[in-house]
Structures are given as structure tokens and as C-alpha cells.
Ligand binder design. Structure first.
Ligand code: T5A
Length: 221
């Protein structure tokens, strides 16, 4: 497949660094959409199907390397795209085709941020994979932006064991944050930036207001 990227107005993604608070935000969006009478599919990446969840475990389990053989950055990128291909075919496209809203906790922007900026892989390579394997963009991407130290403190407060990516150093997460912010700046039509340093109720209110605003805008476009 080699196709242009299509935006789907019923496809919403949430992005951000570790501990940005996507879980509460996603639940608030689901509740709001359901109250409007919409079918909503909540999903996440990497993952979202049984097979893609197996790939997620490979990517995130701290000792994913077999017998001391670490996962390379390139293998990590291809694994997240393999999971995404499966996720698109089994969950995202069928749900969009039947008219449901799909809200995904992370999507391709995370590959640019983590494997591109974080691991230092070529962004053009990621763009090629996105065009060939994915072909789809969310209509709306809510970027939950928070200082790296605050987000990491939240994630550390919750997790007993950090996953493979959470064991990276602060400079990795600074590059991730900068890449997300750059992407938001480059595509203001799709992205909305949310101040995720406020409390959970504030973030939930902000994301639902942005979704409502965006849907009203779409309806008159
Ligand atoms: N990844 C993913 C890639 O490398 N490439 C890719 O292409 C893709 C798709 C996913 C990992 O995979 C990587 C990125 C990630 O490292 P994950 O466990 O799903 O792994 O990681 P995250 O998505 O970062 O999940 P987190 O749980 O860390 O972040 P969330 O979901 O944003 O945070 P949440 O809502 O679970 O909250 C974390 C804690 O903070 C508290 C919560 O109660 C919770 O304890 N909290 C707040 N506290 C105070 N104020 C607020 N506003 C708060 N919001 C949440």
C-alpha cells in the first residue's frame, strides 16, 4: 500500500509524555461522546488487539531482550508499526466504517516522538512507514503537555516497576516532549495543546471542551 494520509473526523488520539494523565482524559471524552449518543471505541497503542498486545509486551517488558540480546531501536520501531498495522485492520478501520468514534491512547505521533526524537531514528523513515503502512491520521489529536519531571513523578508514583521505556533518562523524555510540541506547532489544524499540569478535573474539562469545539467546527466546515 502506498497512499496519502487521510484524516478521519471520528478518529481522536491522545498524546503526551509519561504520566501526562491520558487515562482520565480519555474516560472523560468517552463519557461526553456517549452522552451525545455516539458509539465509542477506546483503544491504545502499542496494542489494542490480542496480537498487538503481545507485541506491546515485547516492546515494554524490561527484559525483552532474549538471553542478553537487547532490542534495537530499529526493531522497536518496526514492532510498533507491526502492532499498528494489526490494530488498524482489526479495530480502528472496522469501527470507523460502522460510524463509531475511535479514541486511541497514542498513535503514530508517538513513533515520531519516541523512536524518532527519543531513539534518534530518521524521521523520514517513520514518515515512509506511516504512508505505506498506516495511511490514516486522526481528525483531532489532543496533546497533553506537561513538564517532564512532573509527568515522571506521577508515573513513578503509580508504577511498582518501570517499563522498558520508562527506564530512559530525562534527556530522552525532553526530546520526546520537544518533538510532540514541534508536531503540534507544524499541524495546528489537527493538534490541540492541553496544559496537563493542572489537576485531573481541569484536564478532563479542557479536553471535552476542545472536542466539543472541534466537532462544532467540523459540522459547519
Ligand atoms: N510508545 C508508544 C512508543 O515508543 N512508540 C509508539 O509508537 C507508541 C504508540 C506506552 C509506551 O509506549 C511508547 C510510549 C510509552 O512509553 P504506557 O504504559 O501506555 O506505555 O505509557 P503511557 O502512555 O505514557 O502511560 P502512562 O500511564 O505513563 O501515562 P498516562 O496514561 O498519560 O497517565 P495516567 O493517566 O495513567 O496517569 C499517571 C498517574 O498520574 C496521576 C494518575 O492518577 C496516575 O497515578 N495523574 C495525575 N496526578 C495529578 N494531576 C493530574 N492532572 C494527573 N493526571 C494523572
Amino acid at each position: 500500500m502506498n497512499q496519502a494520509l487521510l484524516r478521519h473526523p471520528h478518529f481522536v488520539s491522545l498524546e503526551g509524555g509519561e504520566g501526562a494523565g491520558k487515562t482520565t482524559a480519555i474516560n472523560a471524552l468517552r463519557d461526553w461522546l456517549q452522552a451525545q449518543g455516539h458509539e465509542v471505541v477506546l483503544t491504545r497503542e502499542p496494542g489494542g488487539t490480542p496480537l498487538a498486545e503481545r507485541i506491546r509486551a515485547l516492546v515494554l517488558t524490561p527484559d525483552a531482550g532474549i538471553a542478553g540480546e537487547p532490542l534495537t531501536a530499529e526493531a522497536e520501531l518496526l514492532l510498533v508499526f507491526a502492532a499498528r498495522a494489526q490494530h488498524l485492520s482489526e479495530v480502528i478501520r472496522p469501527a470507523l466504517q460502522r460510524g463509531a468514534f475511535v479514541i486511541s491512547d497514542r498513535f503514530t505521533d508517538s513513533s515520531y516522538a519516541y523512536q524518532g526524537a527519543g531513539r534518534g531514528l530518521d524521521l523520514q523513515w517513520i514518515a515512509d512507514l506511516e504512508r505505506r503502512v498506516v495511511g490514516l491520521l486522526p481528525g483531532l489529536t489532543l496533546l497533553l503537555d506537561v513538564d517532564v519531571a512532573i509527568g515522571r513523578a506521577r508515573a513513578n508514583g503509580r508504577d511498582l516497576w518501570p517499563d522498558r521505556i520508562e527506564t530512559e533518562q530525562d534527556d530522552f523524555f525532553q526530546r520526546v516532549r520537544a518533538q510532540f510540541r514541534q508536531r503540534a506547532q507544524d499541524d495546528p489544524l489537527r493538534f490541540r495543546l492541553v496544559d496537563a499540569s493542572q489537576d485531573q478535573a481541569g484536564v478532563a474539562h479542557a479536553v471535552t471542551a476542545l472536542l466539543a469545539q472541534w466537532m462544532a467546527q467540523e459540522a459547519t466546515a
